[in-house]
Design a protein around this ligand. Structure first.
Ligand code: NAP
Length: 427
């Protein structure tokens, strides 16, 4: 299909155009979108540009949401860079005709149209969106498999087109959840991706689900995933211990419910450990790892190792995570931000029956459970900074350079509830 595009613009977007919502259910033929194209792959600050694009229409099982605000996540940093996956080429290989990418995997908004067979939402519903998509007729799912581990599972607004950095976004209707009433549009757009991912990691890998008094080590406690993880562990009666770089980030973790934090800047044994045959070098590495374990005991106030380690830095930290994890405990990981080679000293894994568990986003039930925790005020989205629609590239650039704020970020699309900091610590 030929796309309508007026070409990119870096002029300031007409705010009236963004905020003058058409009457409910009236869908204009074109919309404004922040678009990535292959010729712009590279720094996020350059990769996104505002274009006028045809408005998609919902097919069977789908819904069209008028976007009020959109959340910012790492996956559209990767999409902008064009690596590790060229998302446009990958979709074209699978048969898509569009030569552009509209990213955005978190949103709050209003349902404007629904496709055939949709009965869980109606036009006018105020919603938030989770980013898990899959084929309804996937045989793996029909056979009882968990949809998010199905071969057809994909992440909306990253692996799929028509994400939330646009006036309208196309979703599968099962992705929609009620917007928590007490939240601003921006705050409502900021938490589902990270929150539901954290929820699944902590609450869905039986028997390693957080129980009362479980010690849980949370890497990057002040980050998007970490701030949700701390609050979820606390809500379940566990004992969250955060890792952070520096006291400001550490104190933020404590304000969310961590019993204490470990400043990773105090340690130097990160990355791949030395060869195990080199006794001296390996011994030195083990001194660092043991000292880190002792720092966990100090934070807990007892000689207790974490039953669950919440991992995402990956290469830099996995050897330590495996080392400090309690006997028969679990290291659960959803990313490798520092690298993908995980060195695991297998002696600790088998002799002490430890589990290394991969985890990727969430299914409908995980996302709904997390949303209920947010709706009840138990978990706060930790929105720390809100950007204008023109600043989608800027927000992702900050993230790419690790200069983004603690907690989560959102982009105003149709909404104008400019809330630079509307964060309230939970409980
Ligand atoms: P974020 O907000 O940037 O938080 C990550 C935190 O990691 C940072 O705040 C930082 O905290 C810590 N960190 C950075 N470098 C580190 C290092 N070398 N060693 C230890 N800790 C380090 O990012 P996020 O939103 O939480 O996402 C984190 C990762 O998870 C990303 O790669 C993202 O793509 C991925 N992710 C995956 C899924 C999934 O479903 N698979 C879902 C969400 C996110 P300190 O500097 O304070 O330690």
């Amino acid at each position: 299909m030929t796309e309508v595009s007026t070409g990119p613009t870096r002029q300031r977007t007409d705010t009236n155009r963004l905020t003058s919502a058409p009457p409910l259910g009236e869908v204009p033929p074109t919309m404004l979108a922040q678009v990535i194209r292959p010729e712009r792959y590279g720094n996020p600050s350059q990769a996104f540009a505002v274009e006028e694009i045809r408005t998609p229409r919902p097919g069977p099982g789908e819904a069209l949401v008028y976007v009020m605000a959109a959340g910012v996540n790492y996956n559209n940093v990767w999409a902008a860079l064009g690596r590790p996956v060229d998302v446009i080429a990958a979709r074209q290989k699978a048969g898509a005709t569009e030569d552009f990418h509209i990213g955005g995997s978190d949103a709050s908004g209003v349902v404007y149209a629904v496709g055939e067979g949709v009965d869980n939402v109606r036009v006018g519903d105020q919603v938030v969106v989770h980013c898990g998509q899959w084929n309804a007729d996937d045989p793996y799912i029909s056979a009882g498999g968990d949809p998010i581990t199905a071969p057809s599972a994909r992440i909306w607004g990253y692996e799929t087109n028509w994400g939330s950095f646009a006036q309208y976004t196309l979703v599968q209707a099962h992705q929609l959840l009620p917007k928590p009433e007490h939240l601003s549009w921006a705050a409502a757009a900021a938490y589902v991706l990270v929150g539901a991912t954290a929820y699944r990691m902590l609450c869905s890998w039986e028997p390693h689900t957080v129980a009362e008094q479980d010690v849980v080590l949370i890497w990057g406690g002040s980050g998007g995933l970490g701030c949700q993880a701390i609050q979820i562990v606390k809500a379940r009666g566990g004992i969250p211990v955060a890792v952070a770089s520096g006291p400001e980030r550490g104190e933020f973790c404590v304000s969310l419910g961590a019993v204490g934090y470990i400043d990773r800047g105090d340690f130097h044994h990160w990355g791949l450990p030395p060869d195990w045959r080199d006794d001296d070098a390996y011994g030195e590495w083990a001194v660092g790892a043991r000292a880190f374990g002792k720092a966990i005991w100090d934070a807990v106030g007892a000689k207790r190792n974490p039953r669950i380690v919440f991992e995402h830095p990956g290469e830099a930290t996995i050897p330590t995570s495996i080392f400090v994890c309690d006997n028969a405990g679990m290291v659960v990981i959803c990313a490798g931000t520092t690298g993908y080679h995980a060195a695991v000293d297998l002696r600790y894994l088998w002799m002490r029956s430890k589990r290394l568990q991969g985890s990727h986003f969430a299914n409908d039930a995980d996302a709904a459970a997390l949303n209920a925790l947010v709706a009840s005020g138990t978990v706060d989205p930790c929105l720390r900074r809100t950007f204008e629609f023109d600043e989608v590239g800027t927000a992702h650039q900050l993230m790419n350079e690790n200069r983004h704020p603690m907690g989560n970020m959102a982009i105003l699309v149709g909404a104008r509830d400019q809330s630079q900091v509307d964060f309230q610590p939970a409980g």
